[in-house]
Design a protein around this ligand. Sequence first.
Ligand code: SF4
Length: 340
Amino acid sequence: MNFTLPSLSKILQKGGIGPDLARQILDLDEDSFFNSVLPITKALREAVFQNEVSFCSITNAKSGACIEDCSFCAQSNAYKSAPSPVYALMSADKILEKAKKKKKFGGTEFSIVTSGRGMSKAKELDTMVDAITKIREQTDLETCASLGLMEEKDLRRLKDAGMIHYHHNIETARSYFPNIVTTHTWDEEAQTVRQAKAMGFEVCCGGIMGMGENKDQRVEFTYQLKELAPDSIPINFLNPRPGTPLADKHDLEPLDCLKIIAILRLAMPKTEIFVCGGREVNLKDYQRYMFDAGASGTMLGNYLTTSGQAPQDDLTMIKELGLKPVGPHGKKKAGLAAAV
Ligand code: SF4
């Protein structure tokens, strides 16, 4: 198929390609994609991020027993047969201990993730504020949290405690969201992202592809993300969890994953793109092309309820590709974020 993208300088000058071109990329055959798109996405990533690749990792501070019904998630109470660890929010001291362990391994940022719609009790938010205050006082780690839907007053307490980054995904395109979640809305997700952004957090926002959305909806998701203007995008590819409604969903070929990364890079040339959950099972041998497709980072270690590739294997791959691992978020600090 004959397909040509605008030049690198034109794409940068315009702040990215538009949805029509992005949609065409999703229909390209493998040769056309590798010949016409990959050289441009690689050059774009190099122009903005040079040869640096960011790593981030997460700590699950509260797991399972969630009252929401996100169809991809093993932590939902709605899917009783889905295997997932269940434990209440760790104490502030336990979270601090994990942060210190991470620091010892050379981490520069500590990301705390909790299951649930949001902080369900005032006491949980108190614990989180306490943990962030202690981490700030006793380490030089930057703190990031993913605590679900949040109101301004609660985000304010976290900000005042010294938290720098807030992570919240919109999961999928707005038009497809009701097929995936019925207990809250896409607009509620987007509102949390907008709120965090307005308050000056560095915002990390992405979603999961391969949940049954069509190609138009992949493009819709991309440009809805662009409108929210996150500082970084974690893109996940569905790794179906047994016992969930998406347990048998296997929609993505490795080439589809590369195309999704590519349209995100081409739509948002200067935004960090982290390839996170599901990369091993979906990209398979094409993992080594994810940086050519435009990824500027990846997640190291395990995900929330699934295991990741061994960190050493990731580092070997990065080295073989001539790339340099650096700390997460904006590559402000050199140093490798090790999984806890
Ligand atoms: S994704 Fe979050 S809100 Fe949704 S079911 Fe899982 S833990 Fe609950």
